[in-house]
Design a protein around this ligand. Sequence first.
Ligand SMILES: [Fe+2]
Ligand SMILES: [Fe+2]
Length: 300
Amino acid sequence: MLELRGLLAQRLEQRTHNPLVVGSNPTGPTKKFMCECRLLFFGDIVGHPGRVFLKEQLPALKDRYVPDFIFANGENATGGFGLNKAIAQELKNLGIDGITLGNHVWNQREFWNEIDQLDYVCRPLNLPEACPGNTSIVFEFKGHKLALMNLLGRAYSREALDCPYKTVQHQIEKLKQAGVDNFIVDVHAEATAEKYTLGWFLSGIEGVLGVVGTHTHIQTADERILNGTTAFICDLGMCGSYNSILGFKKEPILEKAITGKPCRFEVAKSPSIVAGVFIQLDLETHKAISIERIQILEAI
Ligand SMILES: [Fe+2]
Ligand SMILES: [Fe+2]
């Protein structure tokens, strides 16, 4: 009989013992958690269809995964471009504990003046320091402090950005001095190579338990644990219209691609998709235990 050894054997064993684990933990079957913390993290919410379908799906997802915290990227939540206070509060009322952003952070002009009122929202860390808004959100959990942060990648970016590596390292050092011992980072970036580079970099810093990519709106099938400590996925995908181009109406975008005619991006309609991950962490040992992809498609 064929005997499986090494990583593959470990992964198959995990699947047998725990159907929630999708071959994501290279450290072998998990010992008893010392301080288990369960997260749901959803990709870019795009406009009304994304918000409505996420709202519909959240009760069942909460029943299934019993999350301690729910995070989501909200950079497209208001009309497809940016976020404002009213929509941020709507998301908060759904049970979303922390909202990250991205390159569309200031698309809703009023948000520049609103963001400081929203302690559950954090803007990208490596924007100019003078920008308003939190650069991290700290959550208390069973004697530990978990910080959520948001970082912009530089590849293909038109923003004036500080170095993401130096900036996030400095921020983590500062937060550690304030007693924060665990970190989750939303890396909002275009290029898969840059996301992996940042993922490996961050997984080498003690206490970074999760690095999730956002921005491309297309979920990648590469969820894994980096360095035995850090749950990683290159992109969470989006919560938005399914028959679309990244959540936007495809017809004007097709016309622009074919003819060169300028077009306005408009949020497309339902049916929608909800995409994200479920992550199990151990805040005591500072290790991610598992990461599982979630994709739910709205019935037509
Ligand atoms: Fe983006
Ligand atoms: Fe986005």
